[in-house]
Ligand binder design. Sequence first.
Ligand code: SF4
Ligand code: SF4
Ligand code: FES
Length: 278
Amino acid sequence: MSIKKPVPDIPQPIHFTLDGKDIEAFAGQTIMEACDAQGIYIPRLCDAEGLNVQGSCRVCSVKMNGRVVAACTQPLEDEATIENATEEVESYRKDLVSMLFHEGNHLCPICEASGRCELQAMAYRFGMIEDTNYPYLQPVRPVDASHPDIALDNNRCILCGRCIRASRDIDQKNIFEYVGRGIHKRIAVDGDCLADTAASIDDAAMSLAVCPVGCIIRKREGFFAPVGTREFDQNNIGATIESPSSITRDPNRIAVRHIDPIAHKHLSKDTKDKGPAS
Ligand code: SF4
Ligand code: SF4
Ligand code: FES
């Protein structure tokens, strides 16, 4: 009887075009993974490094062979034609981001996430500086400040589910879940309030890298970076992919954008010990 030798797992090269440019990738990569590897940023909100993909915000939409798909979940097809930075695709993404502002209550000048908020940074990237045609829904949403170290302001939640995945897959706690439907859908916690749960300030789900907006608030750490030194004051969203060598990072002031519980603990310790950076 012959013994089968293991077949080496060699990635199979494939090709696709992105806005007319020929690009090499590997079979099995998503469109977003292949573009990231080439230094091409595709906007995203529900996707974050270190988390399982969810594919819900659709901000990463592109057209593959004429069909709108989510770049974060869609595997590349060999010889695919992808439209990314076209007027049509960018207008679609911009509408989605606009609607997130109109569905919640966003008062950026008094929000501690201002300057490091991915929603705000995306709006700036898209040049959204004028009023839109959508009505502001101004929903009445709960704020849960029961926990000694963490607060939850649902007014700013964009339902990206990053906290759900971080709590479930990294912390293995399942603190967060979706409840309700349609415009009443919101994030709830595994208990009557946050203080009733096993939530800890050291959970990966509570790190600055997880909530892209100012919904999960780390108490006593607000406004830790002065205006001008906040993450997106210095770098456009997407700069870590488009121009990583030009990124300015001060680990005491700027959120670590990959989910590393060790780095996260260092960040929380530094900011607590030193207080607001001056
Ligand atoms: S969460 Fe972001 S978009 Fe919303 S108010 Fe805060 S800074 Fe502005
Ligand atoms: S609390 Fe933050 S991380 Fe969780 S769903 Fe809302 S916006 Fe996303
Ligand atoms: S980043 Fe792809 S759907 Fe949200």
